[in-house]
Design a protein around this ligand. Structure first.
Ligand code: AMP
Length: 460
């Protein structure tokens, strides 16, 4: 199928052409005609399927033809709001269509002024938009088309209430489109209450399936204390252009980012506690290849469509199988190859197995040989970094005295040797245990767990 079959207005067609879209993606093929016909839709599609243009193009077309004056798109995160607003601006600019991203963490003034001046498309996060409506700042903004983008993420992030409240301010006479990667019950209920007689569309993309053979998936079984060294060694041995490293917590993002920067990697961290302006700047730089490594939490990286990510690293395995699918889908996009590398400790091995089973991930165990186990410059930098962040504990002076070591240099050498040796758990010249060792350690771990449970049982 060709885009010309949609008979778009010439300005919109020009935008599509300049964006380099040749053929509509499956979701576009299905959704665009329905949306043009004014039908409400519930579409199951992930990011990467072309879903933004699937709802965006018919909206732009209707605005360009003056069939519709205003549209609203609600997204779970600020980053996604910016991204969607940018893409729609880009596609609709020849028709002079103005878009605006509206989100919290920045001042109200500019957003209110632009909405009241009449931008046609507002892309907003739920919290800020609800605020604006409740405070009566935008009482003349009455969109005729409303899109709920990544509805399941909004549910996960606790945004269903603000979304429902927003709809109290929106005219009943509207077209409503709901996009979601998964369809849990609360989302189905939401669709039933907010949409009128919707058509259901489902598109399974490469990203939905971890059998996407364009993404090579490996995992390394390591000791907890080896995580930093493993990530450094892997970055050095992998031929990456752009890499995303996923952490579970904001604190961890900061720590890993600092560590990698201290070792001279071109890396930045991204999470919700970083100022909005800085976050935008970081994403922009990563997009434009000015930053090579982005370390992020799941939430911060949600929905981000960044071209050219060759590697995804899971510094920690994600909490649930769907996040694994979301994470690795950041690479191997648009027909390109990608690599997804996961670090797991023996304690996390169960979670890894669950992911393999639940999403059928074809992950292979890997072992990385590192140069001869010698102490490298990176080891020293890494040690310097770790030492610099350690507080001197009370009582250390006492211990030094009690050790009665006359030669402090000698003692320092011994202490350093002790530290280095204890850091190099497992074989010092490799990262990751092989299959036999992994199986042995996992069995040992399981029997320890059983023994602990039994002990607890007896005590109760
Ligand atoms: P999305 O699923 O909306 O996040 O889109 C993923 C990426 O695909 C974005 O970079 C879009 O610009 C791009 N894209 C969307 N539709 C098409 C198309 N028909 N042909 C080529 N690229 C597309």
């Amino acid at each position: 199928m060709n885009f010309s079959e949609f008979n778009f207005n010439s300005d919109i067609s020009k935008g599509v052409k300049i964006a380099g879209f040749r053929e509509p993606s499956p979701i576009q093929e299905e959704a665009i005609p329905l949306i043009l016909d004014g039908i409400d839709i519930v579409a199951q599609a992930h990011t990467g399927t072309g879903k933004t243009a699937a709802f965006g193009l018919p909206i732009l077309e209707k605005i360009a033809n003056s069939e519709v004056e205003k549209a609203l798109i609600i997204t779970p995160t600020r980053e996604l709001a910016s991204q969607v607003s940018d893409e729609l601006y880009y596609l609709g600019r020849f028709a002079g269509i103005r878009t605006l991203a509206v989100y919290g963490g920045v001042g109200y003034g500019r957003q209110i002024a632009l909405i009241n001046k009449g931008v046609q498309i507002v892309v907003a996060t739920p919290g800020r938009l609800r605020d604006l409506y409740q405070k009566g700042k935008i009482d003349n903004f009455n969109p005729e088309i409303v899109v709920l983008d990544e509805a399941d993420e909004m549910l996960d992030m606790g945004f269903l209430e603000p979304v429902k409240e927003i709809f109290e301010y929106i005219p009943q006479n509207r077209q409503t489109l709901l996009f979601s990667a998964t369809m849990p019950e609360p989302i189905k209920d939401l669709a039933e209450t907010l949409l009128y007689n919707p058509e259901y569309i489902s598109v399974v993309s490469d990203e939905d399936s971890t059998t996407n053979n364009k993404i090579e998936q490996k995992y390394y079984v390591i000791e907890e204390s080896q995580r930093d060294d493993a990530i450094v060694n892997l970055l050095e041995s992998e031929d990456y252009d752009k890499a995303l490293i996923f952490c579970r917590m904001k604190r961890e993002v900061d720590r890993v980012a600092e560590h990698l920067k201290a070792l001279g990697f071109n890396a930045e961290g991204l999470h919700g506690d970083i100022e909005q302006m800085d976050r935008d700047e970081i994403v922009k730089k990563f997009r434009r290849d000015k930053i090579e490594i982005l370390i992020a939490t799941d939430v911060a990286a949600r929905g981000l469509d960044i071209k050219g990510v060759t590697h995804v690293f899971n510094y920690h395995i994600p909490f649930d199988p769907q996040s694994y699918v979301h994470r690795i889908g950041r690479t191997g996009r648009a027909g390109k190859d990608g690599k997804a590398i996961t670090l797991v400790s023996v304690e996390e091995f169960k979670e890894l197995k669950r992911i393999q089973k639940d999403v059928g991930a074809a992950m292979e165990l890997a072992v990385l040989n590192v140069d001869g186990g010698e102490i490298s410059d990176e080891d020293i930098e890494s040690l310097k970094f770790k030492i610099s962040s350690i507080d001197v504990v009370d009582g250390v002076e006492d211990i030094i005295e009690k050790l009665e070591c006359k030669d402090r240099d000698e003692m320092l050498k011994k202490l350093l040797s002790y530290t280095i040796n204890s850091e190099r758990v497992g074989t010092s010249d490799s990262i990751g245990y092989d299959r036999d060792e992994t199986d042995r350690l996992y069995k040992e771990y399981l029997s320890e767990q059983k023994a602990t449970k039994r002990k607890k049982g007896r005590r109760n």
